[in-house]
Design a protein around this ligand. Structure first.
Ligand SMILES: Nc1nc2c(ncn2[C@@H]2O[C@H](COP(=O)(O)OP(=O)(O)OP(=O)(O)O)[C@@H](O)[C@H]2O)c(=O)[nH]1
Length: 467
């Protein structure tokens, strides 16, 4: 493997690690800047612009879900790894690390299933990427991120916000200064109306990060051609435009093989009266090589800043680890044992605070011994239970019917009134006890940690595991 191939591989590995750690850009976690620092190629295009076809052509395989509506609903990070000629092609997903897919129709199914796992069967989109690695002798080392196609209107079953949601997701990828934009536009539409070019121009006005791709050259009206665009006259970018001829729908229906399609594309350009002079710089194979070379050079220029960012993250994490303490145990059994030990130690310390041995429990006693009686003494029972008030309440309670045995209604009212006076001091006492208990829990947690730490030190010094 050459140095540059291993560099793309290295960035691939960092990207996978970022996703596993929940970092896919845009978030506010500690690593988000790392994902954003990694160079990548984001594929952007309007719906039906030929995005999937370009990707499949670059890979040389049919593997992307097809259908109407928004098929790509999560970013697909597609990592291509060139293997030795004659070796078997296979694909691997980051979320299914132990499974090798050699049947690419199963790759397509897994992309669909994994999309649904996060978005449900709804038409929602999600920014959490799917990572797919393809190992093949027919690819170049390259990483591409397939994004949902830009759309103009929400159709039946799609949420109203879908148009803006897709645009903001795509924008979040292409506006990163480290992102290379692969902007796909169909040649049979006016380039001035291309969604991809509109977005690319907004986020990269000088065109230094944008690679323009023109698909469907074979579908242009007879007598017209796209030379003005391909030769950079009508829309100037810093990098050359690449024209592509993908399989038509009829070719797909006839199951025309990807490798055959690549050959037909080569023939199309070689024999084209319009584009023959550009043949060496057209087609999906040329595009893949061009992107791979560019990605390598971008990675090379970014390596120092990526290295310093990783070192900075490591330093920050190490200091956080120091703060959190050393690893407790290696295997699950020992970890469980330690957790139980922690719980037991906490339970014992907390009990000692309550029952005696450690301070704190006496404050609860103080609530009932001092605070509550003092508050009760202040209650206006002298007035409430004065002879005059008792007489008044009793006589009012039974109305015009004289009571025969005991003035029950009156007594009830007096008791209810008295109880309502108790409520305030009782609740204040409960709050005070709650406060004391919370403080004791906090104290006990701290003391549990100290106690365990002491045990660790002893075990370290004596070379024995203490519990
Ligand atoms: N003749 C011809 N047909 C093409 C070409 N590129 C794409 N198509 C056809 O255009 C249709 C849409 O192509 P896709 O590759 O699915 O486009 P997409 O941008 O991925 O579409 P969505 O995923 O729906 O956004 C398919 O029927 C393709 O066969 C091309 O260069 N020539």
């Amino acid at each position: 493997m050459t140095t540059m191939e291993s560099l793309i591989g290295l960035v691939n590995r960092i990207q996978r690690a970022c996703t596993m750690l929940g970092d896919y850009g845009g978030g506010d976690n500690a690593f988000s800047s790392l994902w954003e620092a990694l160079p990548s190629v984001a594929v952007v295009g309007g719906q039906s612009s030929g995005k999937s076809s370009v990707l499949e052509s670059v890979v040389g395989r049919d593997f992307l879900p097809r259908g109407s509506g928004i098929v790509t609903r999560r970013p697909l990070v597609l990592q291509l790894h060139k293997t030795e000629d004659g070796s078997q092609e296979y694909a691997e997903f980051l979320h299914l690390p132990k499974r090798r897919f050699t049947d690419f129709s199963m790759v397509r199914k897994e992309i669909q299933d994994e999309t649904d796992r996060v978005t449900g069967k709804t038409k929602q989109i999600s920014p959490i990427p799917i990572h797919l690695s393809i190992y093949s002798p027919n690819v170049v080392n390259l990483t591409l991120i397939d994004l949902p196609g830009l759309t103009k209107v929400a159709v039946e079953g799609q949420p109203d916000t879908i148009v803006e949601d897709i645009e903001s997701m795509v924008r979040s990828y292409v506006e990163k200064p480290n992102s290379v934009i692969l902007a796909i536009s169909p040649a049979n539409q006016d380039i001035a109306t291309s969604d991809a070019m509109k977005l690319a121009r907004e986020v990269d006005p000088t065109g230094e990060r944008t690679f323009g791709v023109l698909t469907k050259l074979d579908l242009m009206d007879k007598g017209t051609n796209a030379l003005d665009v391909l030769e950079g006259r009508s829309y100037r970018l810093q990098h050359p435009w690449v024209g592509i001829v993908n399989r038509s729908q009829a070719d797909i229906n006839r199951n025309i093989d990807m490798i055959v399609a690549r050959r037909k594309e080569r023939e199309y350009f070689a024999t084209s009266p319009d584009y023959g002079h550009l043949a060496g710089k057209m087609g999906s194979e040329y595009l893949a090589k061009l992107l791979s070379k560019h990605l390598e050079s971008v990675i090379r220029s970014r390596i120092p800043s990526i290295t310093s960012l990783i070192n900075k993250s490591i330093e920050e994490l190490e200091s956080e680890m120091d703060h959190l303490g050393r690893p407790i145990a290696v295997d699950a059994g020992a970890q469980l044992y330690t957790i139980l030990e922690l719980c037991r130690a906490f339970d014992r310390i907390f009990k000692e605070h309550l029952d005696g041995g450690r301070p704190g429990g006496d404050r609860i006693y103080g609530v009932f011994d001092n605070q509550l009686p003092a508050a009760l003494r202040k209650l206006p029972f002298d007035r409430h239970l004065s002879l005059q008030n008792v007489k008044k309440v009793v006589s009012e309670a039974d109305g015009y019917q004289p009571h025969l045995i005991a003035p029950e209604q009156g007594y009830r009212r007096l008791i209810e009134g008295s109880l309502s006076y108790f409520r305030g001091p009782a609740e204040a006492s409960a709050d005070a006890v709650h406060f004391v208990l919370k403080e004791l829990v906090r104290k006990s947690i701290g003391e549990t940690q100290v106690e365990l730490y002491k045990l660790y030190l002893i075990s370290e010094l004596t070379g024995k595991f203490m519990y």
